[in-house]
Design a protein around this ligand. Structure first.
Ligand code: ZN
Length: 349
């Protein structure tokens, strides 16, 4: 706590626009927010906090922020203004649900959640667009029919676009553990990364730190279990690759976000692959389905099975993503199931 307060005081002193009176109020807000968010900031990797954020609006002191933004306390010379689409500039804003969301760009694209349907899943995506401007425009502009609750920028800033209580349109046709309407029960987090079609760069550390902090908060607030923090590719394996095999799920798991086990090493041995028909394929499909994947249990290793295996590997065994169920893939799936509460039986619940 002492470290956090000292850090904040130093950062606010460094802001050229702030006078003595503002110093006082910003520091007071910092103290309050640190107390509210509790000890999570002093734990492990979260010490590498991406930025200092305040969820309290200071419109007069924030010349670099766009309409609908909140003061972020971030050095304006190091960060670009957020690209707010023209059509969204005058949309009604809202108070962010996450205390570490520094900005709000309200999206036009969302609906109501079905009555009584609890949120119990987080779906992580990459934006898959060449730049952040086009990603924000696509997720927020009227008429695109897509959105997400949050966008996490490469510099670690977190923008909220849809209130958590509303149903964002991020997952599309999807399935997990018996649920066919993933949008209705999930929070969608878009991570800015140009994706496989545009060179697929590494995810910067500060962006991952921000994703971890954001997810931890959502999991705590909405009581979402770790095993239900998933990739878009997990819930839509025939259509989606995101956030992809470069996404560091192990780092998230080290901070209590997502279910993950050390993948079994790749070695020679018998494999199940496209075209195989056997009882072993059927058992393997049953195991995938028990974990939550939407896979036909037919005993035939068809293209749908191969797509699910590819998605599984992107998430849980990223060293080789080929859709072939080798010994390492089988062993990794079994240790995942074995490490679930209730020995895997809870997964489909
Ligand atoms: Zn996606």
């Amino acid at each position: 706590m002492r470290f956090a307060l000292g850090f904040r005081a130093k950062r606010s002193l460094g802001r050229p626009q702030t006078g003595p009176a503002l110093h006082l109020s910003v520091t007071a807000v910092s103290v309050k927010k640190t107390l509210i968010t509790g000890g999570s900031r002093s734990r492990g990797p979260l010490v590498a906090w991406p930025a200092v954020h305040f969820a309290v609006p200071f419109p007069d002191f924030c010349p670099y922020m766009s309409v609908g933004s909140f003061a972020s306390g971030v050095d304006s010379k190091r960060q670009r203004a957020l690209p707010v689409p023209r059509a969204n500039a005058h949309m009604k804003t809202f108070t962010p649900d996450s205390s570490i969301a520094s900005d709000v760009i309200p999206s036009a694209n969302y609906g109501d959640r079905p009555r009584g349907r609890q949120v119990d899943m987080i779906v992580l995506h990459y934006t898959g667009m060449p730049d952040v401007e086009s990603a924000v425009a696509r997720l927020c502009s009227p008429g695109t029919d897509v959105s997400a609750h949050y966008i996490v920028l490469e510099d670690g800033r977190i923008v909220q676009c849809v209130p958590e209580a509303k149903r964002a349109w991020h997952a599309g046709v999807s399935f997990w553990a018996g649920e066919e309407d993933v949008n209705s029960c999930s929070i969608g987090v878009e991570i800015v990364n140009s994706g496989h079609d545009w060179g697929y760069p590494d995810f910067p550390l500060r962006q991952i730190a921000a994703v971890i902090a954001l997810c931890r908060g959502i999991m705590l607030r909405l009581k979402i279990p770790s095993r239900r923090v998933l990739a878009h590719s997990d819930v839509a394996p025939s259509r989606k690759k995101d956030p992809g095999e470069k996404f560091p799920w192990h780092s998230l798991a080290n901070s209590g976000v997502g279910h993950w086990v050390q993948p079994a090493p790749i070695m020679h041995g018998e494999t199940l692959k496209l075209g195989t028909i056997s009882g072993n394929v059927e058992s393997f499909q049953q195991a995938l389905a028990r974990y939550g994947y939407g896979v036909p249990v037919s005993g035939r290793y068809d293209s749908a099975t191969m797509e699910v295996v590819t998605a599984f590997q992107r998430h849980f065994r990223p060293a080789r993503v080929d859709g072939i169920a080798d010994q390492s893939t089988l062993a990794t799936l079994h240790s995942l199931l074995a490490s679930l509460p209730g020995d895997g039986k809870a997964a489909a619940g």
